[in-house]
Ligand binder design. Sequence first.
Ligand code: HEC
Ligand code: HEC
Ligand code: HEC
Ligand code: HEC
Ligand code: HEC
Ligand code: HEC
Ligand code: HEC
Ligand code: HEC
Ligand code: HEC
Ligand code: HEC
Length: 472
Amino acid sequence: MARTRTTKKLAQRIDLNYFKRPTPLKRAKLGLSILLPALALAWIAWLVLAKNTSVYSSGRMAEAHAVLANDCAACHVQKAGVFSQKAEDSACLSCHDGPIHHHVATKQVACAQCHNEHRGRINLLAASNENCSQCHSDLKANGGTLNYANAILSFSDGHPEFAVVRAQGGSKPADPGTIKLNHALHMKLIRRGPTGPLVQLQCGNCHRPAAAPADMTYGDAKYVAASTTYKASDELLPVKQESLPPHDLSSGRELMAPVKFATACASCHLLTFDKHFDEGVPHDKPEVVHAFLVTKFTQYIAAHPGDVRVVRDPSRDLAGKAPQPEVRILTPAQWVAERTADAEQLLWRKTCIQCHVLSVGGASVNAAVPTAPSVLPVVAAANTTVKWMPHAKFDHQAHTGFTCISCHTQALTSTLNTDVMMPGIATCQTCHAPGPDHAESRCFECHTYHDWPKRKEITPTFNLPALKHGGR
Ligand code: HEC
Ligand code: HEC
Ligand code: HEC
Ligand code: HEC
Ligand code: HEC
Ligand code: HEC
Ligand code: HEC
Ligand code: HEC
Ligand code: HEC
Ligand code: HEC
């Protein structure tokens, strides 16, 4: 029999109740729609039970505060059972002080404005330019004196040229240091000592970070070992009082140490004083040098009594005839006094004044005019500047990849110790500028904000278990 396929017969095969029957897929869908909300509720319930409040938080905490991620109340103080939307200064101050910037500032700025939170693992110290320019765009209106530039918006907008290289009242700024080093002369090929070979000095032969050991290529161990009657601090100019010292622990590599005669000059510039001796005088105050000379000559004449017979130089007189050599017999005391006076004329008028300003009774010692043998000269204080830019932080260590002369360009050409060889703002701006291809240029990179020496000690109120469980 032939199969008859009518539409009606076909239609009768379809089960009109098919959608009411459960299928595996449908069972899964139903299950999920009940399970997921239940899971979510259970999760929240579990978080609540565990007092984990991060679920309400608007973002991850910065690294320094990561341990507080569950402890909203540490910063959002609870008032009448409700967490404050703002982070309270008082909460921050219960863990660490943030001493006020300059007491003359009139505006109050909340801690949280600069130290923003919930932005992920950001640098909490990265205050924006606007945080600073809210006052520095018009410093006078915000309590400032006229000591500083009035309107600074960013490092590239309104930031003044650095004071050390800024002309003051029409005159060029000068280095107050008195050691007469001629950089240009020493950076060319130069003789090592009166009869030594030609050498090429490097900046690092004389300059080094304060924490690094001195390079001894041109040093003299004897002078390094000797103690001096002048103190290291006598040479240094005091750092300006009103500047804010950096808070971070110093590595001792930020600044260069003051240059020392013993480590940087001694093996080329000998302090020899008399043909009877190879050694040099101590590198110290003239009184010490004088006492040393008297002792040395007294010891010498005791060991060589025959030397009291002195033959004067048979120099030619004006008539062109050689005079008879004049022979004198001196007492040992006279001999010591004469030799000492001669040595001192050489030292004060030739050796020491090559590097120093010497004066007697206020008048400077001069190579042409002999000094009275009875009075000792005074060596001018070195007046070495330790911190050239006291209102900013600078760290040589962070710039070790760059040659010294890329910032201190004049060091190859400067002939006077009074020249200031510090870089100006344009040098810094070649690298410290906005944009991803540049080094950081927001204010916090180079400046200290808080007056850290005025910091108050905090008595801690949080303990570890409390931190873990979200309460005090
Ligand atoms: C270390 C301190 C600190 C802790 C701990 C902290 N916050 Fe904040 N929170 C802040 C700061 C700072 C702001 C910025 C707002 C302001 O100006 O005060 C802020 C802002 C907020 C805001 C407002 C939205 C916003 O981003 O401005 C919410 C919501 C918030 N926090 C929730 C939480 C929750 C929930 C927790 C606990 C899981 C928490 N916070 C823990 C410091 C903290
Ligand atoms: C429960 C204690 C606690 C509270 C509250 C707290 N902090 Fe801190 N904070 C710390 C600890 C711990 C560190 C890490 C150690 C340090 O650098 O002193 C830290 C570090 C910091 C740092 C330095 C970060 C860095 O990268 O060096 C800043 C800035 C800071 N906190 C600001 C704030 C501000 C602003 C508030 C208030 C909104 C606040 N803190 C609230 C404990 C706290
Ligand atoms: C105008 C912006 C600004 C304000 C307001 C501010 N800070 Fe700071 N804070 C900074 C800058 C910039 C630094 C980094 C330079 C420094 O150490 O001074 C810093 C550093 C810190 C540090 C880091 C210390 C470390 O370990 O190096 C702490 C802690 C701190 N501030 C706490 C506070 C507290 C607490 C308040 C509120 C009383 C506050 N700050 C207000 C800008 C600000
Ligand atoms: C609340 C206002 C205010 C804010 C915000 C502020 N400053 Fe100042 N700043 C002052 C005042 C006032 C002086 C002191 C001026 C004076 O003595 O004449 C000053 C002086 C300075 C000085 C020169 C003196 C010194 O400390 O060496 C620097 C640098 C400085 N601020 C940097 C900053 C930086 C960086 C920021 C941002 C992190 C900042 N300031 C934010 C008000 C402010
Ligand atoms: C022979 C030792 C010697 C060498 C080599 C030397 N310096 Fe100096 N430098 C000194 C002495 C001494 C002073 C202090 C006297 C002065 O202010 O000129 C000084 C001072 C400085 C100062 C601070 C004073 C100012 O006026 O700016 C800078 C910067 C400096 N040197 C950079 C350099 C650089 C860069 C080089 C290499 C290109 C270099 N120096 C090579 C001995 C040396
Ligand atoms: C490598 C050897 C060497 C070293 C190291 C050296 N000098 Fe010299 N210095 C010389 C020579 C050579 C002369 C040239 C002597 C001359 O022509 O009278 C000289 C000349 C000078 C002059 C006279 C410059 C002038 O313009 O006439 C001064 C000042 C001076 N040196 C200071 C120093 C000081 C300070 C140091 C250590 C910080 C130092 N020197 C390190 C070799 C050296
Ligand atoms: C080649 C250069 C050079 C010669 C020559 C030199 N000095 Fe110095 N002198 C220095 C340098 C560099 C310093 C800086 C600090 C140090 O070395 O202790 C210094 C520092 C001093 C100081 C300490 C100054 C202060 O600020 O307190 C005295 C004192 C001194 N010298 C005395 C002498 C006497 C005396 C002579 C001659 C016998 C002499 N110096 C020769 C380079 C020289
Ligand atoms: C790349 C480093 C750097 C950056 C970024 C920077 N400064 Fe400076 N700033 C300096 C140096 C260096 C000085 C010179 C310090 C001195 O003379 O003692 C200075 C000087 C200052 C002074 C004293 C000005 C005067 O009249 O002599 C103020 C105020 C100041 N900066 C504020 C700011 C502010 C605000 C910002 C951000 C908008 C900022 N600085 C960004 C390096 C920087
Ligand atoms: C990125 C620029 C830069 C480079 C590179 C650099 N300096 Fe400096 N240097 C400075 C600045 C800025 C100061 C002023 C710092 C201060 O005292 O506030 C300074 C200060 C100095 C001083 C005076 C003492 C002191 O530390 O304050 C000497 C000496 C010096 N530099 C030598 C060197 C030598 C040597 C090198 C190479 C090894 C070098 N500098 C590389 C920027 C630079
Ligand atoms: C050749 C490029 C270059 C020049 C020029 C330069 N810097 Fe930098 N500076 C850097 C780099 C790179 C860093 C490290 C990375 C960063 O912080 O972005 C840095 C870091 C710094 C820091 C932070 C140091 C720290 O503690 O981490 C300060 C402050 C600074 N520079 C100041 C200056 C000043 C002031 C000048 C001008 C005298 C200057 N820089 C010139 C490239 C430069």
